[in-house]
Design a protein around this ligand. Sequence first.
Ligand code: NAD
Length: 299
Amino acid sequence: MSNIAFIGLGNMGSGMCANLVNSGHRVVAFDLNSDAVSNAEKAGAIAADTIATCVADAEFIITMLPAGKHVHGVYFEASGVLANANANALLIDCSTIAVAEARSAASQAQTQGFRALDAPVSGGVAAANAGTLTFMVGGEADDFARATGVLQAMGQNVFHAGPSGNGQAAKTANNMLLGISMIATAEAFNLAAKLGLDAETFFNISSKASGQCWSMTSYCPAPGPVPSAPSNRDYEAGFAVAMMLKDLRLAQDAAADSGAVVHLGDQAANRYAELDAQGLSSKDFSVVMRHVEQRTPAD
Ligand code: NAD
């Protein structure tokens, strides 16, 4: 049993916090939104009304926040984590933020005597609630070893990706691949349909042939072949277009910083930006299927 502070009890953090409680940890929870704190309390966490009270006795401080600026604010503001925590507490940021932001947060924390890990997740809200997330962790090996048990209470797969920022690097490269492969899958199903193949027939063949990929077999953007996919419920309740766009922009920034060429990543970002501008930002990102169907050669 560990003393854990949890900051950021939104769509993802609420389920993660509940799973830590259910694993027997003592969890003190904080969010700017008091309803989110009340819900965490109902799930068995101890409510905190400031970051200072949240982190006071913590051995592990987990953050699950919207973006890098929130993480830096929560860590380094005068009323924030580093000003109020014990220096032997291990900082674990599970938010999706830029590789450079994760590296600078860890090195600033280190200069103040703290150890920090970046530990972004793959899996979405359903996996956060079920405790089946995949964690990609960047930081020192001994800190990773110390955090593993805590992360396993929230996830099924926990990977050490290397030094600080490498967790975010794995996440950003993975999600760029996902964003591209979803568009490619939508284009393939649309082409097959135009050539006279229905979605079931094309799925049965391509899912056993060399075009097979996760976007097809677990999340098919064409309605029908994969009953659990958001395409069968009007592209509601999945991984939002806005989230995919955020991740693709992080990948573009990381590519610019590192000199990597990501032409398809750039095109994918433009495509999701168009969906976002069309008011589809809260739809599942596989809604790109509709966009592909509606486009004409002149577009
Ligand atoms: P969310 O917006 O639902 O939750 C974020 C929470 O942080 C909110 O409750 C907000 O009130 C709180 N918050 C913001 N600033 C704060 C501050 N200064 N102090 C305390 N609390 C603060 O977001 P989410 O969907 O839970 O996503 C969280 C992170 O996980 C993001 O970085 C996202 O990219 C990543 N992620 C999300 C998903 C997903 O499917 N939702 C999947 C993988 C990764």
